[in-house]
Design a protein around this ligand. Structure first.
Ligand code: NAD
Ligand code: 44H
Length: 516
């Protein structure tokens, strides 16, 4: 669902052209009973807004929210917002926001329709409705799954990247939006601008809530970022400050007092949907579902118990609320996502396509265990037992019913690896182990330019692709150091022992040989 797709004119809910064979509220009774949703969306109201109508939201937060509403009888429904791809909004509206999640394991596949979505919006095209919803005291929770790119942080993580042209353009538009709303803005008399980034849209919408009811609200990042709560709070606050509205200082104070940004750990392996998945969902449901997703049986959600408003009772779906998510977050990011990235780049070098293919090689499982043992030393106490966690990972990764493409996992490495590897490599208590160095070498090797496509060797997209490929010009001896600087790790680039050990593995990897 990623990418800038051509605009599709949004259809009103339940209206417009609807192929009769698609999922619909009227057709729910024709579904096998076991596939029917646990709640009827007609009984729900918009109480949550979710930004990022991708595969993961549908298989994770939407499922927990449905479980919460079903168990408590609450009327909490979700309006989901697509930040970029307007076609997903049209597809959601055309099937009354219903979609199925198929749980896949070696034992079989079980599809179930989820009923927690009550609306779909496009972030820019439907900005007025988004702002109205977030200003409404009826909405108490906003959740997000917008990938690392969606936060627009300075490279390496940190504050909002004010040098990013999309943020600069949104700041310009936000000044105009204030003018049009009647406040003393920076450019009186000009038409209201449209903000297009997630930090910009959230800042504008939250400012609207402050200026109306000022009711408390929680904004919950569900992205794979270390410290995702503070990371989101920082980019929103930075945008409000940089917007320089007459009331920016008071909004920042309100954000600190009445807006919760709890940190979370989200976990469920949910690959991008393929045409084959859609056909299988159709065969199983007896009706077409253009929003079908599938995922593994395992699902976890750990949230910092630091909400400022009434929150959904997600514990009914199995969510845990804890005082400190850090040990859970670091365990997940460093063991699961860290080894996932390593498997992706090693597997691509070896000619594999999916995580299941890599686990079927002689070395995949050994890599997960070896990498996990090295990384375990960096984890704080209070989280899951690392050895048991790694054993569970081996079993999850070996689930070949879930076809998770290595190219998807390897995408945007320059944004993911600072979360997954860099801090562990920096950990002064131990030298990087052999498996960490092997993973680093595999990533480095995967950044080589591919002459035929003009992109990275295996076709993995990356916003820093040009800078990464440029590292391969100049003296071959310094390539790993140059790549580490692009990752925002100049300290590691100066670690001669690390860079030379990594470079020594490159010739084998370039030949598709995984060094043992
Ligand atoms: N898929 C999983 O297994 C999984 C598991 C845990 C966490 N997550 C988290 O969820 C995120 C989304 O995963 P997904 O499977 O839904 O992917 P997806 O490709 O299906 O959806 C990505 C979503 O992010 C939005 N997006 C992408 N780039 C953006 C940008 N620059 N600005 C704003 N929005 C942008 C897209 O519009 C889309 O809504 C991941 O990046 C990760 O942080 C995913
Ligand atoms: O979703 P991404 O692209 O950030 O990362 C790819 C995978 O590592 C990730 O999706 C995992 O499968 C997921 O985090 C498991 O919960």
């Amino acid at each position: 669902m990623n990418g800038e797709n051509p605009r599709v004119v949004p259809q009103p809910p339940g209206g417009g052209h609807r192929p009769s064979s698609h999922l619909s509220l009227n057709g729910l009774g024709r579904l096998a009973e076991v596939c029917r949703p646990a709640v009827d969306p007609r009984d729900l109201r918009a109480r949550l807004v979710h930004v990022g109508l991708g595969a993961f939201h549908r298989a994770h937060q939407a499922v927990y929210t449905e479980a919460a509403s079903a168990a408590t009888g609450s009327d909490a429904g979700i309006v989901a917002v697509a930040p970029r791809d307007a076609s997903v909004v049209a597809r959601a509206r055309a099937q009354d926001h219903l979609f199925s999640v198929t749980t896949r394991s070696p034992e079989g596949a079980s599809p179930k329709v989820v009923g927690s979505l009550v609306g779909a919006l496009h972030l820019a095209d439907d900005a007025a409705e988004l702002n109205r919803l977030i200003a409404s005291p009826e909405v108490t929770t906003v959740t997000l799954t917008v990938t690392e790119k969606g936060y627009h942080r300075v490279p390496g993580g940190g504050p909002l990247d004010l040098a990013d042209p999309r943020i600069a353009s949104d700041l310009e538009a936000a000044g105009q939006a204030v003018s049009a709303a009647g406040a003393r803005g920076t450019r009186p008399g000009r038409a209201a601008g449209v903000v297009r980034t997630v930090p910009g849209a959230l800042a504008v919408a939250l400012a609207g809530r402050f200026r109306s009811s000022g009711a408390p609200i929680d904004v919950v990042s569900c992205d794979n970022l270390d410290g995702n709560g503070p990371a989101l709070a920082t980019v929103v606050r930075d945008f409000v400050t940089a917007a320089n509205w007459p009331d920016s200082a008071r909004i920042v104070e309100w954000l600190g007092r009445d807006v919760g940004f709890p940190s979370t750990v989200v976990d469920r392996i949910v690959p991008a949907t393929t045409p084959d998945d859609l056909d299988q969902a159709q065969a199983a449901l007896g009706t077409r579902d253009d929003l079908a997703v599938s995922g593994e049986p395992y699902s976890q959600w750990v949230l910092e118990d630091a909400f400022r408003a009434v929150r959904p009772a997600w514990e009914h779906g199995g969510a845990q609320f804890v005082a400190d998510v850090v040990p859970f977050q670091l365990t997940k990011l460093r063991l699961l996502n860290g080894s996932h990235s390593g498997l992706a780049y090693l597997g691509l070098a070896a000619g594999c396509r999916t995580i299941g293919d890599v686990l079927a090689t002689g070395w995949g499982e050994t890599f997960v265990r070896g990498f996990g043992a090295e990384v375990a030393a960096s984890l704080p106490p209070g989280g899951p037992d690392p050895a048991q966690y790694v054993e569970a990972l081996v079993a999850r990764f070996a689930n070949t019913a879930v076809r998770h493409e290595l190219r998807q996992i390897g995408a945007d490495g320059s944004l993911k690896l600072p979360q997954r590897w860099v801090q562990v490599l920096r950990d002064s208590s131990s030298r990087p182990g052999d498996h960490q160095i092997l993973a680093l070498a595999a990533w480095a090797s995967a950044t080589r330019p591919d002459a035929s496509s003009g992109g990275l060797l295996f076709g993995t997209p990356d916003p820093a692709a040009d800078a990464l490929m440029n590292c391969w010009t100049g003296s071959p001896g310094g390539v790993v150091a140059r790549l580490l600087r692009v990752l925002g790790a100049p300290d590691l680039a100066d670690d001669e022992a690390l860079t030379s050990a990594t470079e020594a593995l490159l010739p084998d990897l370039a030949r598709g040989v995984i060094p043992s």
